[in-house]
Design a protein around this ligand. Structure first.
Ligand code: GLC
Length: 426
């Protein structure tokens, strides 16, 4: 009798909950690896909490190491231990082949039409061999050239179309402006030995028509004279003083710091630098121009393809709530907000079509074509071995920049290392 009463009571409660629309899922505190603890990651967590709080949950930031390759190393350790420490992870466009087995298939939690609203090329990059969708695109990235519009105009220059034009303009402006600012530098970029250098070097090589290290069909193409010449050209910027010696230790934020404090004429960086460079506390606010990266001899304009996706850990205790956050952050409305406020490139065509985007952030106007023509790193073809290939690549490039090897020596050595990494197959 007692049991019957208890069952009736529980049954009644369930019906009442369903009737009143009360959520039966437990309140969860979700940990979200969404950046390095800067204002951008705080923005991410704040927006995530809009959804989470409405649904009885809370989201906390897990602070990533600064460099993407260091973050990768940390996540590999955490996931190898099957740790539930992180629920949601922002993953680099080059990581799906390295980490996908640790993520849930988001098709279980997120409607197909939400997934299909994103660029197909990015969705397929986030889809594993079994057809599992392990990441929803968050924002995309493409390498760009930033320049000081005011200084170029003052000295009668238009933005450079080739690397040699950039060099000439930088020399000219440096010679005339250094008396006003002794710290002024010509061109800042990412020369530290890390993934960012892989992106920069791939751009130089691509702009010279020297291929993409490993081609989509698996051919190792790096040992060619155009690639060697591209690396020698970059090393010459340091020798002739266009770029400082310290560039060998510069990552994105170092370059942005120099440019944003008015100490550089040109900068290679990602779109995020536009938003920050034009913020109220930036002394170059309103003085920045941006364009495609220059061409090499007989080459083409270039820009490496970057970008970030949101994934849910297989070891999370709350995958459903975590997927809810992922879905909320990747809606049209929220990508539009990020594009306007942070100049993050949307991954949904419908955001680019929204008139509000161009009205509120004109910089975004030309961005769709830049994104579409960006050059991808060879992460799909090299799969699980990408990190090793990239590591060898940036190390060889770094030795050329440091004057320890010529471009020709470095690309020959790299070819051998990459052959060893490949062994028989990718
Ligand atoms: C940017 C890109 C990412 C790249 C990284 C290199 O964050 O979006 O794809 O790996 O820079 O530093």
């Amino acid at each position: 009798m007692r049991r019957l009463l208890l069952a009736a009571l529980i049954g009644g409660l369930v019906i009442a909950q369903a009737f009143l629309g009360i959520e039966t899922t437990q309140a969860a505190t979700l940990t979200f690896a969404c950046g390095t603890g800067d204002t951008r990651s705080q923005y991410c967590i704040d927006v995530a909490n809009e959804w989470a709080k409405k649904n009885g949950h809370e989201v906390k930031l897990f602070v990533n190491p600064q460099a993407t390759n260091d973050a990768l190393g940390l996540f590999q350790q955490i996931f190898a231990a099957k740790s539930a420490e992180i629920d949601i992870v922002m993953i680099d466009v080059i990581w799906p082949g390295l980490l996908s087995s640790h993520f849930v298939d988001l098709r279980k939690y997120i409607p197909q039409d939400h997934i299909d609203a994103h660029f197909q090329s990015i969705v397929s990059n986030n889809t594993d061999a079994k057809g599992r969708v392990i990441g929803i695109p968050f924002y995309t990235d493409a390498g760009l050239l930033y320049y000081r519009k005011d200084l170029l105009e003052k000295h009668g220059h238009t933005p450079p179309k080739t690397w040699s034009e950039l060099e000439r303009i930088a020399q000219d402006i440096l010679s005339k402006e250094r008396e006003n600012n002794s710290r002024l530098m010509g061109f800042v970029w990412q020369g530290r030995a890390y993934e960012g250098l892989t992106c920069n070097a791939l751009e130089w090589i691509d702009s010279f028509g020297g291929g993409s290290v490993v081609e989509p069909d698996g051919t190792i193409s790096i040992n060619n004279p155009k690639a060697a010449a591209a690396l020698d050209t970059a090393a010459s910027w340091i020798k002739n003083g266009i770029s400082p010696k310290g560039i060998l230790n510069y990552a994105e934020e170092d370059a942005r710091g120099a440019f944003q404090s008015g100490n550089a004429i040109f900068m290679r960086n990602w779109p995020y630098a536009w938003g920050l460079g034009n913020s109220d506390d930036s002394i170059v606010k309103g003085k920045i121009g941006s364009t495609a990266l220059p061409m090499g001899p007989g080459g083409k304009h270039t820009g490496a393809l970057g970008g970030w996706q949101l994934a849910v850990s297989k070891y999370s205790k709350n995958p459903e709530a975590a997927a809810g956050v992922v879905q909320y952050l990747t809606t049209k409305e929220n990508q539009l907000r990020r594009a306007i406020e942070l100049s993050d490139l949307p991954t949904r065509p419908d955001v680019y079509e929204d008139p509000k985007l161009r009205a509120e952030n004109p910089f975004m106007g030309g961005m769709l074509s830049t994104f579409k023509s960006a050059v991808p790193r060879p992460s799909s073809v090299t799969g699980r071995k990408y990190n090793k290939v990239s590591n060898k690549f940036w190390s060889e490039v770094h030795s050329v920049l440091a004057g320890k090897k010529t471009g020709a020596e470095a690309v020959a050595d790299l070819e051998k290392s990459v052959q060893r990494i490949k062994r028989n197959k990718w």
